[in-house]
Ligand binder design. Structure first.
Ligand code: SF4
Length: 699
């Protein structure tokens, strides 16, 4: 099998940071570096880039790179290392069964990598214990989509933002987290006067361009959107024709009519103005992100938003609809291949015997599990309890990013056998691994990613992988071959894997499901090389708008409104922990900074971990601006620089999630986050833990 793509001096690729999925032009500069500019032909960005994308060229050096396989800290050859990993996984399965092993994968991986990981675990190892760090990003949206639409369909497109008259941004600091999309929103506002509403407990950079900001209480989104649904009903603004094909209208409205404004903490005039704006503009797009998803009521929040669009028929038409924007560059691709513990490939359902049989037959697999595997938080709990005995973490740093991160790091350290594949050995997770597999970085690998509006784009290598680094699909194919399935995992490269994925999607299409790219199943290697961005589906229904006919993917085809009621965040205040802790991202860093931290330009933006605290609270606690504060919760502690600001509400604090256990002062904020999850999606509640704040007294 060939592992490296041919390298051209200049290539079109995609930015490896956020789910906007901007196209970039990469050119070798002749001195070992790479020059980067926005691709004017890519439909996501038309040449635009944000600060992170523009600084990509500063992050391609070999500083900190893992260049050879390692076993217990010693460099080893590939054959010896792969044989060891295959042997340990085989032996663990023989001794303890297939559910004693697990893969934790990443929205940073390419679709082809994700596909092989999912096939190896679900088809051949015979367990569904593969979950992804995208569980922390959009699992609540997947669950909400499946309740309303019968499958995980994103109805909106980026062009809808330009066609909308009102854009409501819920739990989304678009200006910092999806900057190019925010540029498109502001351009639409400048061109045609689009109104913008921001629903967010914090006053973020996104509020600067907004017509209205609703600083609701943390976790109260369901109450707000139920109040909107009640206003839709009372104002007679529901679409009588449309709701004939919607199940659950009466039950959802009954719940909404019982909603109180009290949990939102918002003034009644602000709520009334919001409802008036929503009802006064037919073309409404509601964009939502982590403030909705990262909640113990995340799925209900999603359905509360979808209910308002379904009640008014504002979905499946240009310039209107709910629109979830994904955090990671390939969170969507992971959903497509079934890289979540509760999904099968190509949006087929693990719980459906027909779907399981079809996938098993297509893969010629010995087994496909009939029950969901462990979702992210459950998976690391099982590691801690010794139920998972062999763990493979790919391109992720759960010892920093999962809730109760200190306990997660301890669990990884205590696991019988841990493999980490990454571009660096210098993460808190990699430090605990028995085996390290050097992986190709974004500028060295080749495959596809899918962005938030279902556009599949090529990522192309512009330089050869250094040392012994190899693409992820190659790691997994080699392990699959050595575990006993040499022909099944004998892939020639990403194009062959992509063709197989596209062919499998045709089976999903045959079941009447949404994800169908079977039109690409016969793509040649050279056409795959040249593949231009294309939005799925790519089959007989190519180019169509989902839900234009008002039909869902549920049996019978009716959309479903789901009755939902507000409930408080899971973590309860106690006298020792009187604050709510909100976490999030900053403009110029990405995840745990393994890549963005290499750029001096990006690191200069906000150089150290910090906590935002309201002036009244800071005064009461005698915390002066720019001094150190100690933030503690039942599960952890961090020392952070105090930023005193009224952009947060009294009784709440905000801290970013990027810093690790290796920084001083210690900023590993997810150590403080409680491991409470949404009961349906399994997504952790990263934005409403409880904590205490005090001045830091050194020594
Ligand atoms: Fe990259 Fe996202 Fe910035 Fe686009 S908006 S350049 S995808 S980080």
């Amino acid at each position: 099998m060939s592992v490296g793509p041919e390298i051209a001096a200049e290539v079109r690729s995609t930015c490896p940071y956020c789910g906007v999925g901007c196209g970039i032009l990469l050119r070798q500069d002749g001195a070992g570096g790479v020059a980067v500019k926005g691709d004017p032909e890519h439909p996501a960005n038309r040449g635009r880039l944000c600060s992170k994308g523009a600084a990509l060229g500063e992050t391609v050096g070999l500083e900190g790179r893992l260049l050879a396989p390692q076993v217990n800290g010693q460099e080893r050859g590939w054959d010896e290392t792969l044989d060891l990993v295959a042997h340990r996984f085989r032996r663990t399965i023989a001794d303890h069964g297939p559910d004693s092993v697990a893969f934790y994968v990443s929205g940073q991986m390419l679709t082809e990598d994700y596909y092989v990981a999912n096939k190896l675990m679900k088809g051949f190892i015979g367990s569904a214990n593969i979950d992804t760090n995208s569980r922390l990003c959009m699992a609540s949206t997947v669950a909400g989509h499946r309740r309303a639409f019968g499958t995980d369909t994103v109805p909106g497109t980026y062009e809808d933002l330009e066609e909308a008259d009102l854009i409501v941004l819920v739990g989304s600091n678009l200006a910092w987290c999806h900057p190019v999309l925010h540029q498109r929103v502001l351009a639409a506002k400048a061109a045609k006067g689009t109104k913008i509403v921001v629903v967010d407990p914090r006053r973020t950079a996104t509020c600067d361009g907004a017509d209205l900001h609703l600083p609701l209480a943390l976790g109260s989104d369901v109450a707000l959107f139920n109040l909107l649904l009640a206003a839709i009903y009372e104002g007679g603004a529901f679409d009588r024709d449309y709701i004939r094909q919607v199940e659950g209208f009466d039950a959802a409205v009954t719940k909404a009519m019982a909603a109180s404004a009290e949990p939102t903490g918002l003034r009644s005039d602000l709520i009334a103005r919001f409802c008036k704006m929503w009802l006064g503009h037919e073309k409404v797009v509601t964009v939502y992100s982590q403030g909705v998803n990262q909640s113990s009521a995340g799925t209900d929040k999603v359905n509360a938003i979808l209910n308002c669009h379904l009640a008014t028929g504002r979905i499946g038409k240009p310039g209107m609809g709910p629109f979830s924007v994904t955090g990671q560059p390939n969170a969507m691709g992971g959903r497509e291949v079934g890289g979540l513990a509760n999904m099968l490939a190509c949006h087929m359902a693990l719980e459906d015997p027909g779907h399981r049989a079809a996938v098993r037959s297509f893969w010629d697999a010995p087994a496909v599990p009939d029950r969901p595997g462990l979702k992210a938080v459950e998976m690391f709990r099982a590691v801690a309890e010794g139920r998972i005995k062999a763990l493979w973490v790919m391109h992720s740093n759960p010892a920093v990013t999962l809730p109760e991160a200190d306990a997660v790091q301890d669990a990884i350290a205590a696991c019988d056998f841990t493999v980490v594949s990454d571009i660096t050995a210098e993460t808190d997770t990699a430090r605990e691994a028995h085996v390290l597999l050097p992986a190709a970085a974004w500028s060295e690998k080749s495959g596809t990613v899918t962005n938030s509006d279902r556009t599949i784009s090529r990522q192309r290598a512009v330089r050869a992988a250094p040392g012994q680094a190899r693409p992820d699909w190659w790691h997994m194919a080699e392990i699959g071959r050595r575990m006993g399935w040499p022909r099944t995992f004998d892939y020639s490269g990403p194009a062959e894997i992509f063709r197989e994925h596209a062919a499998l999607s045709g089976i999903a299409g045959g079941f009447g499901l949404d994800f169908d790219i079977s039109g690409l199943a016969g793509i040649s290697d050279s056409d795959y090389d040249r593949l231009a961005p294309v939005r799925w589906p790519v089959a007989s229904r190519q180019g169509g708008r989902f839900f234009a006919d008002g039909r869902s993917f549920h049996p019978g085809g009716r959309m479903r409104m789901v009755p939902v009621a507000w409930r408080a965040p899971a973590a309860r205040h106690a006298p020792r922990f009187p604050f709510r802790l909100n976490t999030g991202r900053i403009r110029d860093q990405w995840h745990t900074m393994t890549r963005s931290g290499l750029s001096p330009r990006l690191s200069a933006h906000l150089a150290e971990p910090f906590v935002e605290i309201h002036p009244a609270d800071a005064r009461r606690l005698k915390i002066a601006p720019d001094t150190l504060a100690e933030v503690t919760s039942p599960s952890g502690r961090a020392i952070l620089r105090a930023q005193v600001t009224d952009s947060v509400q009294p009784g709440t604090v905000f801290a970013p999630m990027h810093w690790t256990g290796q920084t001083a002062p210690s900023g590993r904020i997810d150590a403080l986050v409680a491991a409470a999850t949404d009961p349906i999606s399994g997504q952790p509640e990263s934005k409403a833990s409880v904590c205490a704040v005090a001045p830091f007294a050194a020594g």
